[in-house]
Design a protein around this ligand. Structure first.
Ligand SMILES: C[S@@+](CC[C@H](N)C(=O)[O-])C[C@H]1O[C@@H](n2cnc3c(N)ncnc32)[C@H](O)[C@@H]1O
Length: 244
């Protein structure tokens, strides 16, 4: 496809991910995707591995995992591809075409994932999805059922500083003004849930930012959006790697 044609088609799409399509063309996503990569701790070399990217949306992580030589990558999503939100599958499809990618796709809900439906994958990526689900423990059970070796979980966490496993519930639009956000565990609860669904080893590869940075971020959102400052201090993001 000619660069002019790529630019024209990119401009027709509302992007979530920021994907470098070559020719100096980068998709104008709301998500600073490349800057998140180092926090996920993906293995540098995935030769011979099968990979499942759950909640792939525009596919930034799927294409990156393919670039790391995965033998097969399956991108799955539902809400942002065919649901009531502002997302669509058009970005994924255009990026796959332009990148000449062989990433496969399947529209399926997290709670419908099972070995019978999609098979079992060596590496499973579950980034930015857990807090969107109404049944997080049940979701992790389904995710665990399709994970062969390594599960990478990246998620919003809350109640940082509390010293027992706990989950925050977000009625309405309490978290980020987004009605699709429901629950966030604290790190202890996330680890406990992952153990409950069969992972014996849960390693934090990127912990939530420490409190001085959290204070600064909470102050920023208090000023910009009027978000409650003291709740904001308890918010963060975490990446864990879970293995059996
Ligand atoms: C914040 S995006 C994360 C996309 C990508 N995995 C990443 O980390 O950049 C949330 C993803 O969760 C998916 N999702 C699955 N079930 C969902 C639900 N019930 N409500 C909202 N989003 C849901 C969305 O379709 C979307 O792809």
């Amino acid at each position: 496809m000619e660069p002019e044609e790529i630019r024209r088609r990119v401009a027709e799409i509302e992007w979530y991910h920021t994907i470098d399509l070559g020719h100096g063309i980068v998709t104008p996503g709301v998500d600073p995707s490349p800057s998140r990569l180092s926090r996920l701790g993906f293995p540098a070399d995935l030769s011979g591995k099968t990979v499942l990217d759950i909640g792939a949306w525009d596919g930034f992580f799927s294409f990156e995992l393919e670039r790391r030589d995965a033998a097969r990558v399956l991108a799955v999503d539902s809400f942002s591809w065919n649901g009531p939100g502002w997302g669509s599958k058009a970005g994924f499809e255009l990026a796959r075409e332009v990148l000449g990618s062989k990433v496969e796709d399947r529209e399926i809900e997290v709670l419908d994932l099972s070995p019978d439906e999609v098979g079992v994958f060596d590496v499973v990526v579950f980034a930015g999805v857990l807090y969107h689900l109404r049944e997080p423990l049940l979701a992790l059970e389904h995710v665990a059922s399709v994970t062969g070796e390594l599960l990478v979980v990246e998620t919003h966490v809350d109640l940082l500083g509390t010293h027992q496993p706990a989950m925050a519930f977000y009625p309405g639009v309490e978290l980020n003004r987004d009605p699709t956000n429901w629950w966030a565990p604290n790190p202890d609860a996330l680890a406990a849930m992952l153990r409950d669904v069969g992972f014996r080893h849960v390693v934090t590869v990127h912990p939530p930012y420490r409190w001085p940075l959290r204070v600064a971020r909470a102050a920023k959102w208090k000023v910009r959006r009027g978000d409650p400052f003291l709740r904001g201090i308890q918010h963060g993001r975490i990446t864990v790697h879970a293995t059996r």
